[in-house]
Design a protein around this ligand. Sequence first.
Ligand SMILES: [Mn+2]
Length: 440
Amino acid sequence: MNDARDISTVALMKSLDAAVASTNARLQPELDRDYETLRTQLARRGVDIDRITQEVGAFGVAIPSWGVGTGGTRFARFPGPGEPRNVHEKLEDCAVIQRLTAATPTVSLHIPWDSASDYRALKERAAALGLQFDAVNSNTFQDRPGQGLSYKYGSLTHTDPGVRSQAIAHNLDCIRIGEQLGSKALTLWIADGANFPGQQHLSSAFERYLNSAAAIYAALPADWRLLIEHKMYEPAFYATVIQDWGSSLMAAETLGPKARCLIDLGHHAPNVNIEMIVARLIHAQRLGGFHFNDSKYGDDDLDAGSIDPYRLFLIFNELVDARFRDAPGLAPTHMLDQSHNVTDPIESLMSSAIELTRAYAQALLVDRSALAEYQTANDVLMAAQTLKRAFTTDVSPVLARARERAGAAIDPVMTYRASGYRAECATRRPQSAGARSGIV
Ligand SMILES: [Mn+2]
């Protein structure tokens, strides 16, 4: 770590501390009143609000390093002011999100977009900013300069064994990098697939995937997981090799107990019942984690909870239900995976993390014994209303109280705007039209 970075860390935290203190002081009386009102309401239902607040305070979701830059569509990218230019600046932005929300203690890096010369130093830098690292993401969906062989026609499933070897070697590099960062998982998403019927032998491509993934799996440290992310389409528009949770589950069960399935909420056909998939993967003891986002039409990568908050709640309902009945092997990682094209990425990521805590708090409010009785008695209406009652409870005071107790902001977006952080970044980070931001 160099001195300039140390100084900037101190200055960064000081300015945020001041913004949190002044904004919280202003919002405190209002929060106190709202929290006590909700305490009374929940007590009537036999719910201890402080227990819910404590649980919410323990919730964490990883920020994707690529999410703090402005994203783009296939048509254009409109850069925002003060975007991070490298992994160090991305970590600064992630630290702001964690400082204000206390819900994002980890960062999920993407290699090679976040390549660094010294990963142990990067881990120290992150720790100084109050951050740790979650899963490492490999990238064999684009070529990088001088890599030798192209991924144009696939990577881990390519017909050429040389390309497959190159893609395997990259994933092994990612594991080594992740070990230095303190990560415990490698997320594997491949763009491999076909744009035309007949382009690819569907069975052989899957078998090549299993063989390549087995070589990666064999290199996993004992306490690591391999998170297999499926995606229905894009960039392959006819068939992707790991298209759905069936393919993902087959791969995980073939590879071994460290292989788990990762659910990206946007990687399904429209109207697919994602909470059902969650339940099935919990049953199979193969639920590895999530890439949270939201969508209206496809893999839209919109902010979590911005389109269909009920679906988000129903997913958390499955997770909370599984935890309460001690479902074996349950320890999914939570990560965001979004593309912010028209908002300040920091504001979107903070709002998304808060929406996850909201869905979690609502799921904790479900009267599970009543629900079980209604289900057993086939009282359909009351069963449905039991879930709705939890979902329609405004848990905002719980979320705000959890943040406040952690020393974070009662209102993160208001506090962020008051801090002037983005304007300060704009002065020291010149705009870069070419900066990449991924959608994976
Ligand atoms: Mn994803």
